[in-house]
Design a protein around this ligand. Sequence first.
Ligand code: ATP
Ligand code: MG
Length: 449
Amino acid sequence: MLWLLCGPSRAMESHQVLVIRIKIPDGGAVDWTVHSAPQLLFRDVLDVIGQVLPDATTTAFEYEDEDGDRITVRSDEEMKAMLSYYYSTVMEQQVNGQLIEPLQIYPRACKPPGKRNIHGLKVNTRAGSANNSSSAVSDSLPSNSLKKSSAELKKILANGQMNEQDIRYRDILGHGNGGTVYKAYHVPSGKILAVKVIPLDITLELQKQIMSELEILYKCDSSYIIGFYGAFFVENRISLCTEFMDGGSLDVYRKIPEHVLGRIAVAVVKGLTYLWSLKILHRDVKPSNMLVNTRGQVKLCDFGVSTQLVNSIAKTYVGTNAYMAPERISGEQYGIHSDVWSLGISFMELALGRFPYPQIQKNQGSLMPLQLLQCIVDEESPVLPAGEFSEPFVHFITQCMKKQPKERPAPEDLMGHPFIVQYNDGHAEVVSMWVCRTLEERRSAQGAP
Ligand code: ATP
Ligand code: MG
């Protein structure tokens, strides 16, 4: 192994110093210590790769995600995503008291014409299997064709292959009004899932209707919406299998600082805009349906895609949701504007660290008797205290929580609001670091070593 610039750094003292391990095609590697990681540009990485591999023209490089899938980096934006993912793994290693691994990257070079892989040879380019023959041909093949990619996995899982026998239930992630969510292991794919199990005493006909209404979830493809892998009925319960988010839902985070909340709001607005573009109303926007992970991703879950499922659950669990817009509490028509109210009240709660109406005590979940929520219909909407929060943030919440639905921002205006514009900067690492720090604090509060 070669060392470039400085020697090895075994522990990463701060995110300023970063060790990048450049894997070279002959199976070796070069470690590069970067002293000002936040200023690092994609171009700088290509320059250093150019020094390490002077005979190749490198145009991009790859890194491996937690599933072993190779992700290509071709721009500063993609670099940011890579660094954010890497820092989340560093946090995890720190939390577990492990040695910090360098960030491994795999240069993708354009070969001189004479060396091209004209015979279409396929080799395994996975880490640990590099050998001399692989170095000659590896980059002429898209690396993700060599292993099961996430997209492929999603297809396999969604292809009617989800069933109870393949699932090993592990911990309970939480209970809602409709059912219980489990962390589970899907044996054929080796993937960790979140499985929501809802008891439902309904006819076979209704079961079929629900399954067909859920079909649209397979088509949802947005980084701001929870991945859906499939659903199945066993006896009198339905299981909905989705992507597992290791940071859980926002309701347990309490007061979130504005600079973090701003980035979360951008993702939530993008998720809602995506759903609305598919003519899907969320209908249950609230902090417990906003999930985060240690990579700094924020995703929406539990949107009302199946009317029949929503109705069947509502028959069992009576009550009114405290995040519902005044017009909905009054039994009037529901529309996109009602989702916008719920967005406003949710973010107000997350900013204050308490439900915005002091007279409403949300001790047990978000469902409560209708009379208790009458103050939302009768009273002026609460406002964020201006001294504590920025003017754009206060304005954003005030607009979303207008009593008159039509006065609330339209979908196209939400993305253009100064609060959203200000934080639409792609800095997922802000959320990632905050999630990791909070999880670490929770662990030490529970007395974990
Ligand atoms: P309600 O039933 O009123 O919607 P809820 O959203 O709190 O309330 P559930 O949707 O059943 O209830 O979820 C229970 C808990 O499970 C959530 O609060 C969240 O912490 C956790 N959870 C749900 N989905 C996931 C997921 N995909 N990954 C990780 N944790 C999850
Ligand atoms: Mg939920």
